[in-house]
Structures are given as structure tokens and as C-alpha cells.
Design a protein around this ligand. Sequence first.
Ligand SMILES: [Zn+2]
Length: 423
Amino acid sequence: MVRTELSAVQAARLRDTIERAYRQVPFYRSRMQAAGLLPEDIASLEHIGKLPFTTKQDMRDNYPYGLFAVPLAEIVRIHASSGTTGKPTVVGYTKRDIGIWAEVMARTLTAAGANRQSFIQVAYGYGLFTGGLGAHYGAELVGASVIPVSSGNTARQIMLMKDFGTTLLACTPSYALYIAETLGEMGLEPKDLSLRAGVFGAEPWSERMRKEIEARLSIKAIDIYGLSEIIGPGVASECECQDGLHINEDHFYPEIINPQTGETLPDGEKGELVLTTITKEGMPMIRYRTRDLTVLTHEPCACGRTLVRMGKVLGRSDDMLIIRGVNVFPSQVETVLLGLGETSPHYQLIVDREDNLDKLTVLVEVTEAMFSDEVRRLETLEHKIEAALGSVLGVSAQVRLVGPKSIERSEGKAKRVIDNRKL
Ligand SMILES: [Zn+2]
């Protein structure tokens, strides 16, 4: 769809969403009233900046159903994401919402090359987490054969992949890497499988990690993006060009803001992604602060899709660590390690505070072969990584090489950071 037509569709859907949210959700009504706004004040897309933001805290404050915009009888599905503290954040879908979710996930899988002949292995967790069922419904809508393995039991996962002829894998990027590692241990090679592509998301990952997964599994690795607060996976995904993720903006209207001031930023400027759902019935989200840092571009894509693209997520403004005043993202460490290419890509950041000074320790796993090396060589490697990290992060880090497999493996989102500071 050309931009002018798309904008008209978005504006009409936005007006409808604001009207419904104002009428049906006391939270949104009181927020708008406090800002002196009526639904008719949001007549066009340019007016969206007048609306207050919605945050994860607002979801917690309205736990569990306070943000729903339809009677509970119309809700056909409930998902939840675990919070860092206590209660989860809850989302509800109407039947139509589930249909839209399947549609945007079908687009995602199609962009990764899926079709009716595909065998799609869903190794995202099934359950309250949106990953598994989101990919599942999208794959069924495509008409592919879905293999709903869920996450875990990696050796069995690989056996089924081989025996069932899986062509497309859906899981977190860290789990894809773990699968690649286990594949080798089982004495298998990518050519023993029928795998051609993977859709990987739910955690930030670097370009270098993409290359690593692509090489080790001999597949095309497609970055996908989503969050349960908006719909789950299916908010955005890369096309075959692997040059930014097309946002399904006929359903989710994106903005980039300065996370400190809240002001809207133009194309190409890095900031926090803010999303407004413009078709969701069960739980509309207005200007939701995702905490994910990225950039937008409206430049045409070689694939022909006209949907706006967002850059690979550069990190989250809330898993961003501030160490001695410097912003540090775990993904930067990953880029350094994969760049040096002398260790395994498994790592963990440990932050402590000693005598009021932050101390960053990075645990890095070495391979079996290296671990038997002489101590001096390992020390040299530690210093080499420390130097590389220091120049990229802008803050010094102590590197400790640890034995193969000593960092806990994840079947979902990898636990990259242990922050022992009492902040
Ligand atoms: Zn494209």
C-alpha cells in the first residue's frame, strides 16, 4: 500500500481506538481528562503526540483486567509475561485479535520463506508466554505443517528436526545457538537436517550472532520482534533483505522518542520505540513505552514492502546497565566476543559494588580444546578480551575465562546479567 493510503487507514483506525479506549477503559479516560483531551482532539496521526504514554507500571497498577476494553465474556485468550517483581503483566485477546495475531505472524513466517510445503518447528515456549502460540497460529494460517515441540529437551528437539524434516525453526537466538552446539555434540552436521531458515526473537541479538547462527546451522536467520503488551511476536520482522524489520504498521503505529524527555524523534535518530495498537479490541495500548532502543526508516526497501522499518533492537533502556556512569548493553559484550572469535559466544556479566565503586566482571566460556591450554595463554587471552571490551564499552571490565558448559544454558531468554548491586 502506498504511504498516503496507509496513513489514511492508520488515522481512521487510530481515531476508532482512541474513541473506544476513552469510552471503555476508565484508566485511559482519566489519563486523557487529566491532559485536557477529548477523543476528537486526536483527529489525525500528527496529534498522537498529545496523548500520555502507557507503561508497564500502568499494567501492574491495573492488574489483572483493568485495561481491557471489552466485557470479559468477549475475551477468548489470556497471556501474561513474568515481571521482575511479583505479579505478571496480563493481556487479553478477543477472537478478532487472535485472527489479527495469526495474520501478522503469517506475514513474518512468509517473509522468512515459509509456505504450505514448510515444516515449522516451534521451539518457543508454549503457555502464558506469547512466543509459542503466536508462532503456532501464524504457521497454521500459512498452511505449513506445524511441529509444536515447545522449548527444551534439546537432543529430542534435534532428533525430531531430523526425522520430521523441519525446514524452519522458531525460537530465541540464544537457544538456536545452543541447538547448534548440541547438534555438533550429537555428531550431526547441518547437512543432516532439512533446515533452511529460522525466525529468532524475544531477546536482543547482534549482527555477529546472526552470522554465527547462520554459519553453524547453515540457514538464513531472520530477526523478528514483538512483545506481549502489544500482541506478542508479529509486531515486526525482517524480510529476505535482512536490512531492518518491517513493522506491521497497519496494526501497530510506531514512534521513536527520546527516553529522557519523551519528545518524538525523526527518522534515523536512535531512541525508544513507542507503539500504539490501532486494531486491537481486547486490550488497546496507547503510546506504550517498549523500553527497546532502535531507529526507524521510511526509505524504500529492496523487497518492495512499503511498511516502515525499524533497526535491530540495540538494547533495552531498562536492561541497560549503568556502570560507573557509563551505559553498557550486554549485546556489546557479545559483539566483542564474536568479533575476536577466540572463545565460545556464551558469556555473563556480573556487576558488584565495592567501596562505592561499580565493578564489572565478564565470565566467558572457552572451548574444550582451549581449556586444556597452558595457563599463560589463557591469561593472555583474558587481557586481550579486557582490552577489547574496555575500548568498546568505555568502562573497564575484568574478564574471567571459565570452563566449557559452566555458564547456565537457557532454553528461553538467556540470563546475561547478574547485578549484585543494591541500587
Ligand atoms: Zn523489505
